[in-house]
Design a protein around this ligand. Structure first.
Ligand code: SAH
Length: 257
């Protein structure tokens, strides 16, 4: 059997700001013979002569992963790019799924995953430190898991006192889920709980908003928004001449006693 010589690197490009793209991610993309990814992500990185680029649609993750693995198995140095961190609701898992189900030769490839700044970290940093205590991340997309599972997780997370970051909060095909999620959370959290909407963070069309759980609606979000819902411990520091700071203190009293 022929030896597999190619390699595949899954690269996180960060939220969209060139300053938040790590030097190792940039170097890996530059070194690649072939780059695969969602079109708008490919547009973010400088093209190099002699490098091939294969843009694909947002939803074709598994197909894109298989195509990239095939190219690496044929001997190329391949980069697969993701926005944010590639391991957070993104291409690193799709590549692993493809290897898990794919031809044995793909298991001999050198596979490297390079981390990036995930959306929730970029959103949190904009407003202060809402993720300063325990938190979790939930994708609100019910394309890959049933909605009842999402509701159960929301209830468990809010009930356990986690701050929650929502990825994939709405899309044209999923118009009602986010409002339903807020309704569910209102049963477990005070109406005054801070909710942060961070849209296109790090890009020119960035928009940030801090509201309360009572005032949070799906109309405030789109596909490029990451939402952070505080816990009952999360606090807002109003400032007369600056935007408010939102943070979750590092410590809390023993509520189990
Ligand atoms: N791997 C990515 C997440 C992919 S899922 C990461 O780690 O960030 C896609 C979701 O990420 C979007 O629906 C949105 O919720 C969030 N997202 C991605 N980029 C964002 C940005 N610049 N600002 C706010 N949210 C973003």
């Amino acid at each position: 059997m022929a030896t597999v010589t190619g390699k595949l690197t899954v690269v996180g490009l960060g939220p969209g700001n060139a300053g938040q793209l790590t030097p190792e991610a940039l170097a890996a993309v530059d070194a690649a013979d072939a780059v695969f990814g969602y079109g708008p992500y490919l547009d973010r990185i400088p093209a190099r002569t002699g490098q091939s680029r294969t843009p694909s649609d947002n939803r074709q993750e598994l197909q894109r992963a298989a195509q990239a693995l095939e190219s690496a198995a044929a001997g190329a140095n391949v980069a697969v790019v993701s926005g944010g961190d590639p391991g957070v609701f993104a291409m690193a898992a799709a590549v692993c799924e493809a290897i898990d189900k794919g031809p044995a030769a793909w298991r001999d490839l050198d596979v490297t995953v390079l981390p990036g700044v995930s959306a929730m970290l970029a959103v949190a940093a904009r407003v202060g430190a809402p993720l300063g205590h325990d938190f979790c991340a939930i994708s609100l997309s019910d394309n890959l898991k049933p909605w009842p599972v999402i509701e159960k997780r929301l209830e468990a997370a809010a009930g356990a006192g986690f701050v929650i970051a929502f990825y994939n909060p709405v899309s044209r095909a999923r118009p009602w889920q986010l409002d339903r999620a807020f309704e569910t959370l209102r049963k477990h959290l005070p109406a005054s709980t801070p909710v942060i909407f961070g849209r296109a963070v790090g890009r020119v069309d960035e928009r940030m908003a801090i509201v309360t759980l009572n005032g949070a609606t799906a109309a405030q979000a789109d596909m490029a928004t990451c939402i952070i819902v505080g816990s009952s411990e999360t606090r807002v520091i109003p400032r007369a001449n600056k935007s408010s700071l939102v943070y979750t203190p590092r410590s809390m009293p023993d509520v189990t006693a």
